[in-house]
Design a protein. Structure first.
Length: 318
């Protein structure tokens, strides 16, 4: 249960003082309620359980409250509490289902890339003289797929900041170019124009796998939501001790009310707008974790109906 507790209730940000106090008060109220019930002080026990549930409606405390209501013959309150428990169970089941969908979302794209290039080599779409080049991309994608599976298995460690960071100085543009090349077929099929690639080397100090995953996830979203004839553009520049990276795509963009939530785990904008209907909300959440672990920040900007831009920062390479 610890895995799902961390996955569905955890956060990669430090606890605030209020959160620490709430956690402490919750444990005190729960303990006092149990003790009062054993001592026959049922009204006080119910009061403690109600206050505890207002802080955290975990299943165990809801069960204690429902049983106390039954013991006090407050059956309507007990019924309401049991309904609340049923709703929580349904939410947990939905979250587990969403998690499996997220795994599929993260694995599907590299697998599709690998299959597409292999099929192209087998059916002759890719000429023999280019086979070595595309086999190299397939090899890179296979390795990245293996690392991605490991990241999925270690997502609780990611959110706790416990995944080892193998930072080194290297050229940011190499990662960006590798990502674009791995998505070459999808970009061509979507008739998408790529702008801003290839500039002077720009050294960053970060874990190459972390940065590759971030760029890959953002570009993956950009390809999905860029209309035919649209464009995806890249830009990066040094600002003091940090490098700011911008990835922008034309298209419907993101609604202003959705912008603050796009990096939340499992967040999906209103399906009627068509945003994220083909994803399930984990990709950008992983981007936020990885950028934070790298010492940077990430945010989204958009002009609804015209464009969407993701901006993140990384330390400058030595």
């Amino acid at each position: 249960m610890g895995f799902f507790k961390s996955l569905f209730g955890g956060s990669n940000t430090p606890e605030t003082e209020k959160e620490k106090n709430d956690k402490k008060n919750f444990e005190i109220l729960k303990y006092d309620g149990i003790r009062a019930r054993h001592m026959g002080k049922l009204p006080y026990a119910i009061k403690c359980f109600e206050e505890a549930v207002a802080i955290n409606d975990e299943m165990e405390t809801l069960t204690l409250l429902a049983n106390a209501y039954i013991q006090a013959n407050r059956l309507d309150d007990a019924r309401i509490t049991f309904n609340r428990m049923a709703d929580n169970i349904q939410m947990n089941d939905n979250s587990r289902g969403q998690f499996m969908g997220n795994i599929a979302h993260e694995l599907r794209t590299p697998m599709t890339t690998i299959k597409g290039f292999i099929d192209g080599m087998l059916d002759g779409t890719i000429p023999p003289e280019e086979t070595k080049h595309y086999l190299g991309i397939v090899s890179q994608e296979t390795g990245r797929l293996a690392r991605l599976v490991q990241n999925m298995l270690d997502i609780t460690k990611l959110e706790a900041g416990e995944v080892p960071i193998h930072a080194q100085t290297y050229d940011l543009w190499k990662t960006v170019t590798d990502v674009v090349l791995s998505d070459e077929q999808r970009i061509e099929d979507g008739k998408i124009d790529i702008q801003g690639l290839g500039g002077d080397p720009l050294p960053i100090y970060a874990d190459p796998d972390f940065v590759h995953q971030v760029v890959y996830n953002i570009v993956d979203n950009a390809i999905k939501f860029t209309p035919a004839g649209g464009a995806i553009s890249f830009a990066a520049e040094k600002h003091g001790s940090m490098v700011e990276v911008r990835i922008e795509n034309t298209g419907a963009g993101i609604a202003p009310e959705a912008l603050p939530f796009v990096f939340e785990r499992f967040y999906k904008e209103d399906r009627s707008r068509g945003m994220n209907t083909r994803g399930s909300g984990l990709g950008l959440h992983i981007c936020k974790i990885l950028i934070n672990l790298s010492g940077g920040q990430i945010h989204a900007e958009s002009e609804e109906g015209n464009w969407c831009r993701f901006v993140f920062t990384l330390p400058v390479g030595q």
